[in-house]
Ligand binder design. Structure first.
Ligand SMILES: *Cc1c(COP(=O)(O)O)cnc(C)c1O
Length: 376
């Protein structure tokens, strides 16, 4: 049997809720299922304001507009991340200052952020890689002392915590993804979380094409008007209906993923002297978004990918550093980002999806990995 890297999980309720949404006769944005999702996220995680978007990319673009970034403003972002973390800010004309990763974790190295701040710095964007928190006390302290905004790219971080606080609720703004590769999904989908109340009213406007239509629907104004810049960032209620079926099952989805993650950890302990297993700092929880390994070289990683493939197991590498990408290399300030290059070359992700079983891990994936290191 072939084991894919990912397989989207359906709870079974998705199409039932989509039919209900269609039957209401209102399937554009901010219908009943969108409201149910907003309420769920606000009540479950204590988010000040949750707004569904069509993707995490869109949520990040809204964040960049809300921060009023101007041409020449600087934004500190990790280089080991998905392109949207950076692109959203480049679209507003910002200059990216790339931060290196930690030695023990692919997340950005908090200890090296402060040295990157200049009078032009406006924001720090953090990415909770694999759903594992950055050290937010350190980052928020730096931000307060330098009057910077913090945006959490929490695309992978639903239901994960930093010292008991839900990720996405700590920075001024947080962005989540419901892309089919994440823990809960709607195909494409995302959410902007607004923790700083000064941004709430404008976020609604930006999300509704620069109009005050949300206020109009609540009866707070008698006609709606063009009041700001904006775009169409809100999803159809059909997407929200799909997402609500997932949201209702968040607990069981998370429990199963954590079971699988722990099965990987136990089964791979025999090779922990040959390859690095994931590191979860004491202040962070694990939402089992991903199980990754860190190889010793790119050659070893490529050989391991081929070895697993011969055994019918699909393992994949991850990000290519953004500071040396085709698009940004000549705009980057030239600093070497040693740890980013290290993870670009050496990190490997193993299959992780709801329908995987501990048995697949114990009797197929782990034995294949152990045989590669001749530890069977
Ligand atoms: C998945 C992901 C995104 C993009 O999410 P979309 O919903 O596909 O736009 C952004 N940042 C990170 C860290 C991600 O993992």
């Amino acid at each position: 049997m072939y084991i894919p890297f990912n397989k989207p999980f359906l709870t079974g309720k998705e199409t039932i809720y989509i039919e209900q949404a269609v039957a209401t006769g209102k399937i554009s944005g901010d219908g009943s299922f969108t409201k149910k999702c907003h309420t769920f996220f606000e009540e479950t995680f204590g988010f000040r304001k949750a707004l569904l978007t069509t993707s995490c990319t869109d949520a990040l673009e809204m964040a960049a507009i809300l921060l009023n970034l101007q041409e020449g403003d600087e934004v500190i972002v990790p280089s080991y991340t998905f392109v949207s973390t950076a692109n959203a800010f480049v679209l507003r004309g910002a200059k990216l200052i790339f931060a290196d990763s930690r030695a023990d974790h692919p997340g950005m190295d908090e200890a090296r952020i402060e040295a990157l701040i200049t009078p032009k710095t406006k924001a720090i964007v953090v990415v909770h890689y694999a759903g594992v928190a950055c050290d937010m006390d350190i980052i928020m302290d730096i931000a307060h002392r330098h009057h910077l905004f913090v945006v959490e790219d929490a695309a992978q971080a639903i239901d994960s915590y930093y010292k008991g606080k839900p990720l996405g609720s700590i920075g001024h703004l947080g962005a989540f993804s419901f892309h089919e590769t994440k823990n809960i999904i709607s195909g494409e989908g995302g959410m902007l979380v607004i923790n700083d109340p000064q941004f709430i009213e404008r976020a609604e406007i930006i999300r509704e094409k620069g109009t005050n239509r949300s206020k109009f629907f609540r009866g707070e104004v008698d006609k709606y008007n063009w009041v700001d810049i904006g775009s169409s960032f809100l999803p159809s209620d059909i997407i929200a209906a799909f997402l609500f079926a997932q949201v209702e099952n968040l607990g069981s989805i998370q429990a199963k993923r954590k079971l699988l993650w722990d099965a990987y950890w136990q089964a791979l302990l025999p090779i922990r002297d040959f390859i690095r297993l994931p590191h979860i700092p004491a202040y962070a929880t694990n939402n089992a978004h991903m199980f990754y390994l860190v190889c010793n070289s790119i050659d070893e990683r490529d050989a391991l990918i081929q070895h697993l493939k011969r055994d019918g197991i699909m393992a994949v590498f991850h990000y290519q550093s953004l500071h040396s990408s085709n698009f940004y290399a000549d705009k980057h300030d030239g600093r070497d980002l040693e740890m980013v290059e290290f993870y670009t070359s050496n990190l490997l992700r193993l299959p992780m999806f709801f329908e995987l079983s501990p048995n697949d891990i114990q009797n197929k994936i782990a034995p294949s990995l152990l045989s590669f290191f001749k530890r069977t």
